[in-house]
Design a binder for this molecule. Structure first.
Ligand SMILES: [Zn+2]
Length: 239
């Protein structure tokens, strides 16, 4: 641990809080290279699902079309029978008209069925190919993500020990100082306590009065920068 002076603890506390914040961000940001990989893989999985859906839709439509065609053929037969028993040429013409209508219906339905047949066949071929390569693609994808998962676990460990230290420091820093420090952290963009360098505030670079410097070096009470109002920290190691 870095000394027993409260300001050392505050400075370390800020350092750990900032560390946790940046590592947390890093942990949650999927590397750009993997975003691409991940999207490409998910596209492939989705393509298989879409194909299956299309196939099911086409097959349902084909079953419906086959039923329709059967009904139309029944009608056809019915009219053919009628045609043999008509009495007048007017009746004859009317039945012929009906037959003409159902013939057209049947042709349209059969054309659609042929189209569906082709669609189903090509979708099945496509699906088969895609499904065959998916297990290998899944393995490759997992492999690519493995390093990232390992990196995340390492970050988790760092975060855990940093948070432990933060808890310990928060217990050690007097409650009033801690409250003031946290208020400043929020107000000053996460930088509440800053080092003195060349007898100046390292955040705003304004010179520190000699009297304030003396108090600072003693390290027992909190001294603020006259200009940016941050807590000043005299680092014994580097001064
Ligand atoms: Zn300052």
């Amino acid at each position: 641990m870095s000394g027993e002076r409260p300001l050392d603890q505050l400075y370390r506390l800020q350092d750990r809080l900032r560390f946790v914040e940046s590592r947390q961000k890093e942990r949650e940001t999927v590397p750009a290279a993997l975003t691409e990989v991940d999207r490409a893989y998910r596209d492939r999985v989705e393509a298989v699902a879409n194909l299956k859906q299309r196939l099911a839709r086409d097959e349902a439509e084909r079953r419906k079309g086959e039923l329709e065609a059967a009904e139309i053929r029944e009608k056809q037969k019915k009219y053919q029978t009628q045609l043999r028993s008509v009495q007048t040429s007017r009746e004859y013409g009317a039945v012929l008209n009906e037959i003409d209508g159902v013939d057209k219906q049947l042709r349209a339905t059969e054309d659609r069925l042929l189209e569906l047949e082709e669609e189903i066949e090509s979708a099945r071929g496509d699906l088969e190919k895609r499904e065959a390569s998916l297990p290998r693609e899944t393995d490759e994808h997992e492999e690519k993500l493995k390093d990232w998962r390992t990196a995340q676990r390492a970050i988790d460990q760092e975060l855990e020990s940093a948070r432990e230290e933060i808890r310990r420091l928060e217990d050690q820093v007097p409650a009033r100082d801690r409250a003031e420090f946290l208020r400043l952290m929020e107000k000053k963009g996460g930088l509440a306590i800053v080092k003195v360098s060349n007898n100046s505030c390292s955040a705003c670079h304004v010179k520190i009065r000699p009297a304030a410097l003396q108090t600072l070096k003693a390290g027992r009470e909190i001294v603020y920068c006259d200009s940016c109002k941050r807590i000043l920290y005299w680092d014994q190691q580097s001064s």
